[in-house]
Design a protein around this ligand. Structure first.
Ligand code: S3P
Length: 172
């Protein structure tokens, strides 16, 4: 079976939906950010602080390439992963990409509980979210399907993805 790849902005629920999918389908969940943290022994926040965003992006591409060659995985990506075309290309090789979307206000609410996202540690995070969403939209749109998560639980979103896979992609 092809990999199910979750893309989308920070706070759109990729991790929670990935866990649901993993439970419902009995497939292994790979979280690219967690994998980077495991390998470096540092948190994403520490990598940004000590090594800079460029280094983080290189690590991200390396880990994505590695898992993109495997099958039967749920792969949850970081919100900025789609900004490198080579990441999208790699993930599409053996995967179907679902981009989760949410309104900027919901994203703010969902991300404000932690300070683990360096890109949103600014004075006006809502403004930042809107700017980044705008800049990234063309890349997010390259997913195979967009899934609006507004007002839905992670379990509902996961079931919607599974229904879409069965109906449109013949993936079971
Ligand atoms: C980022 C999103 C984060 C993480 C890093 C950068 C981004 O992942 O990869 O902080 O550029 O949008 P989540 O989308 O899981 O928060």
């Amino acid at each position: 079976m092809k990999n199910i790849v979750l893309t989308g902005f920070m706070g759109t629920g990729k991790t929670a939906v990935g866990r649901e999918l993993s439970k419902l389908l009995g497939l292994k969940l790979v979280e690219i950010d967690s994998e980077i943290e495991r390998r470096t022994g540092k948190s994403i926040k520490e990598i940004f602080r000590d090594d800079g965003e460029a280094k983080f992006r290189d690590l991200e591409t390396e880990v994505i390439k590695e898992f993109s060659d495997r099958e039967n995985l749920i792969i949850s990506t970081g919100g900025g992963a789609v900004m490198r075309e080579e990441n999208i290309r790699a993930l599409k090789k053996k995967g179907i990409l679902f981009c989760l979307t949410a309104e900027p206000e919901s994203i703010l609410q969902r991300t404000s509980r932690s300070d683990e996202r360096p890109l949103l540690n600014v004075d006006d995070p809502l403004k930042r979210i809107k700017e980044l969403l705008e800049a990234r939209r063309p890349q997010y749109m390259k997913a195979d399907r967009m899934i609006n998560t507004e007002g839905k639980t992670p379990s509902q979103v996961a079931r919607e993805i599974i229904a879409t896979l069965r109906k449109e992609f013949g993936n079971n």
